[in-house]
Design a protein around this ligand. Sequence first.
Ligand code: EPU
Length: 340
Amino acid sequence: MNVHTNIPLKNYLSMKMGGTTRFMADVTTVDELSQVITNAKTKGIPFFILGSGSNVIARDDEYTGLIIRVRIPGFEIISEDYTTVTIKLGAGEIWDEVVAQTVDKGLIGIEAMSDIPSYCGAAPVQNIGAYGQEIADTLVSLEAYDTTANQVVTLTNEECKFTYRDSIFRTEAQGRYIITSITLQLYKAAPEPPFYKGVQDYFDEHNITIYTAKAIREAVIAIRHEKLPNPVEKPNSGSFFKNAIIEQWQLDELLQDYPDAPHYEMGDGRHKVPSGWLIEQCGFKGQLLHGMRVNPANALVLINESATGYLDLSLARTEITQAVQDRFRINIEQEPLEIA
Ligand code: EPU
């Protein structure tokens, strides 16, 4: 295993922004991971686990720690019966390649999460989700290196405490566990309606009435290509804000002034309001704020068009969150994690 030094982070982050990292290492086995962590801890060097870099941003100054990229491979069917298939995946497997393979096998469970730029190990951290599915729906358990106990542990779905775009890996246990494998249970069945609105609209427009995992994958890829800018041409981190989760009284208040506001029930008495809509209502859609372009196709995505650095990004972020707060009294939160 090689440890590289003074690496420009912007080459590894889809927002194409950030200073250098003092150290960076790729690990391909649990033993290498354990060695590198033990070494960093002995020397008092902080570390940060980086997946595909599509949901992470960095500041302009040097990160004085070690960036670890977990590239542990593995695709193993560990059990199968008449209706289900359980698959164990190494943290270093590319998420969309796994989705493609499971769709080819006619399995359902993750097909709506096609085309998400992620590695399998990063997927549970923010409980990736799209078009009506989230990884919490299919994840049985995962293995992680516990940097406190210095051993590999198994965490059940429940222990990961998944909520909308969140888990213990971003909250109470941030930095403690490094995911080394995930185990998913998928189904041998045909997908059944109701489908997410955008997917159903696509099916209707294309006269698709035979629903298969492959049809959903193709629809999702087409929708994503239309709504989400390609980060290679237009640097971005996908949704820059989480959708807003609000209480019933806040929804009542919102609907009084904006009877057409889109909203979805969370199932726990709270409601999700698309932050893209809130931002659009504030007039930001398509605008250039401090070098950051509010994506004209979906205002939830910020494109780094000409920002001179992190300060520009933070000015744009404050301008947007403040305007949403002033107009709707709703607080919207950043989705990408920050290297620190
Ligand atoms: N909307 C607007 N204006 C906008 C954007 C959205 O009015 O500029 C409203 C529309 O009413 C639309 C609704 O918001 O019907 C939902 O929009 P969309 O289906 O495009 O999804 P989203 O809420 O903007 C979320 C995820 C995406 C995921 C899509 C599809 C979050 C933070 N984002 O976006 O995930 O692909 O749903 O399921 O939950 C990501 O996390 O990086 C990401 C791309």
